[in-house]
Ligand binder design. Structure first.
Ligand code: SF4
Ligand code: SF4
Length: 291
């Protein structure tokens, strides 16, 4: 089974549109939405929830009032002003760092896990699908991304592929998205910032030894920068496997919760099919031949 992760330098480059389109075109696969801060694949991949679990992604200090002698050391040490004048923890300010627990002479403080979201595995017509939804105000993390990927393993049958909608950027959630993947597809747009974001993301994939391929979305909106991106990829040894044209009908389709494939956009569908063919061809080239 090969894991392909789709990432980008920032959100909104068309990464999820590409993954959701491939979810229709590619057979024999599982799916994961690891863009945990802005998940949206679950809106398109309607399915039946198979498992749902609470996710505890934070810790919070709790003071045992029966043991506390009101020395105030916890309030002094807390860098987040999370201990009130009355020596009570202010939950919204507590970062769960544990400094107060370390200095408390009475061992009156414990750290409790806090629920920050839920993880789901769903059976959908396009394959088994894992994703997470964060509680309001909660932040995503690499740990949650790892959890989303891990949950799929229990449902693995003989699928050939896992398509992962990864986190954007270059932070720990992205690193958790690409770790152990067989290939990364970096989706970018032809703008100056898009080009520099791409360079940074490609640096991350290279650092972690993940073979990366580039897809330029709306390539025809700025042919000059598209050429610059292609030159950059060539010079750094990253194959450009896709050039998706801009088409206003894609925006209309997405507003109706449809992929370009479902909306019958032939040019875009054809290019996305080409992306998959080129990607699988590149992956095949990297496989060590049987002896
Ligand atoms: S450090 Fe411990 S004993 Fe002192 S005020 Fe805080 S909880 Fe109470
Ligand atoms: S766990 Fe850290 S942030 Fe929370 S109250 Fe203690 S010192 Fe402050």
């Amino acid at each position: 089974m090969k894991q392909i992760v789709f990432i980008s330098g920032k959100g909104g480059t068309g990464k999820s549109t590409l993954v959701s389109s491939l979810s229709i075109l590619v057979r024999d696969k599982m799916l994961a939405d690891c863009d945990v801060d802005a998940p949206n694949l679950h809106i398109l991949l309607k399915g039946k929830v198979l498992t749902k679990n609470n996710y505890f992604g934070a810790k919070e200090a709790v003071i045992d009032a029966a043991v506390c002698v009101k020395c105030g050391l916890c309030r002094e040490i807390c860098r987040f002003d999370a201990v009130s004048e009355k020596l009570l923890i202010i939950p919204v300010k507590c970062e769960g760092c544990g400094a107060c627990k370390l200095v408390c002479p009475q061992q009156a403080i414990r750290l409790e896990e806090v629920k920050t979201g839920e993880t789901f595995v769903a059976g959908t017509p396009r394959g088994t699908f894992s994703h997470a939804l964060l509680d309001i105000g909660a932040e995503g993390s690499g740990k949650l991304v790892t959890e989303v990927r891990k949950k799929l393993r229990d449902y693995k049958r003989k699928e050939k592929w896992v398509l992962i909608d990864g986190s954007p950027g270059i932070g720990c959630a992205v690193i958790a998205s690409i770790t152990g993947a067989d290939a990364a597809v970096v989706v970018c747009e032809p703008t100056k910032s898009g080009k520099s974001d791409l360079e940074r993301v490609l640096g991350v994939t290279r650092h972690f030894g993940i073979p990366a391929f580039v897809c330029i979305n709306k390539y025809d909106l700025n042919p000059k920068i598209t050429l610059e991106i292609e030159d950059l990829c060539r010079s750094k040894g990253f194959p450009v496997i896709g050039r998706i044209p801009f088409d206003p009908s894609i925006i209309k389709a997405l507003q109706e919760f449809k992929t370009p494939v479902e909306a019958g956009n032939k040019a875009v569908t054809c290019e996305i099919e080409g992306i998959w063919t080129r990607l699988t061809g590149e992956i095949k080239k990297q496989e060590v031949p049987d002896r």
